[in-house]
Ligand binder design. Structure first.
Ligand code: AHG
Ligand code: MN
Ligand code: MN
Length: 325
């Protein structure tokens, strides 16, 4: 595949290459890219306009929702609801799933998202992102039901993220490798820039919020002691998408473990951990909660949190060994 291939061309070619990739949601993916372009524009001018600042409301996790979070949530919904491929949308920013209204054609997939990840970094010009995940619906009625959303990560049909960084990039997998596209703002198109991404099996970077050290268990403390001894470098942006993206390309490990304050970790299984675990496994890496692969966890609740250890396979195995002992 030629570098510079547009996202749409790539999707069409993938469809031809893999007969099992029916391309049913080629248009859905194209519309996700459209939402990414809109958000990229808004994120870029966030410092200029009054969209910045607190919304004043608390979301289901008890956190302040910034206006851009809400804007991102609404943008994805408005753009995706008319595609005819979805029956419902669940989001970190909504207590309950959004049902595709009767006015629009309904489809056989559900869409789950963290519409804006790392939102506390918006006003300081640091990379943020959007994370998404797609499953086949399981129910058959006129509306999406909870069982459509509470599926284990292994059953995802697509996952991806858009990172709004020094460039805007979209990275996705449908189970046929992981591919990255960089937005060329002069033509408004995502162009293939990273085909078949593989994460190195070992990395030289570790990413964890060391401010939480006093809350960690012995296993996590021991692992961090080991990586320091090995001479790994610490890198922690505080935007999961940015920390994950860097480690995906360069090799490394990200940890947000369970600790004395967050018994189940901080990150959300369905909107953050599962999609990134699907991507990392497709790139030959690993994603774990310390005891089992993230992709094997059957969710019990929509907004469930999970400890997350993700990145280069050998590094994740070493962390798990420390945590288990
Ligand atoms: P969000 O902005 O979607 O609420 O996600 C917040 C995140 C995630 O991006 C990041 O990895 C993590 O919270 C950082 O948490 P700490 O500040 O506790 O380290
Ligand atoms: Mn997030
Ligand atoms: Mn978010």
């Amino acid at each position: 595949m030629e570098l510079g291939t547009s996202f749409t061309q790539f999707l069409i070619d993938q469809q031809r290459k893999y007969p099992s990739a029916t391309g049913e949601f080629t248009s859905l993916l194209s519309e996700i890219a459209t939402a990414g372009k809109v958000l990229s524009r808004e994120v870029n001018k966030a410092g200029l306009i009054d969209i910045l600042g607190y919304h004043g409301k608390l979301n289901v996790h008890g956190e302040q929702v910034q206006i851009l979070d809400q804007f991102a949530n609404d943008t994805f919904i408005k753009i995706l609801r008319h595609t005819g491929h979805l029956i419902g949308i669940a989001s970190e920013e909504m207590d309950d799933p959004y049902q595709i209204p009767d006015a629009y054609p309904k489809g056989k997939y559900v869409f789950l998202m963290d519409p804006l990840d790392g939102s506390s970094n918006i006003d300081v010009n640091i990379s943020i992102g959007s994370i998404f995940s797609i499953y086949h619906r399981k129910s058959v009625g006129a509306h999406a039901t909870m069982e459509d959303f509470l599926q284990k990560g292994r059953d995802q049909v697509c996952a991806g993220y858009i990172i709004y960084g020094s460039s805007t990039m979209m990275v996705y997998t449908t189970g046929f490798g992981v591919h990255g596209f960089t937005l060329d703002p002069s033509i408004g198109e995502f162009l293939l820039s990273h085909e078949s991404i593989r994460i190195p099996s070992r990395g030289s970077i570790y990413s964890i919020n060391e401010g939480n050290e006093s809350l960690w268990g012995d296993g996590v403390r021991e692992y961090v002691r080991q990586v320091k001894k090995e001479g790994k470098s610490a890198r922690y942006v505080g935007s999961l998408v940015a920390d994950f993206h860097r480690n995906l390309l360069k090799g490394g490990i990200f940890l947000y473990p369970a600790d004395a304050k967050n018994k189940n970790g901080k990150l959300r299984l369905l909107y953050e951990a599962s999609p990134l675990a699907f991507i990392v496994e497709q790139a030959q890496g690993k994603g774990s909660n310390g005891h089992q692969p993230i992709l094997d966890i059957v969710p019990e609740k929509l907004h469930q949190r999970v400890p997350l250890i993700i990145g280069s396979s050998e590094d994740v195995e070493a962390a798990n060994a420390c945590i288990a002992s």
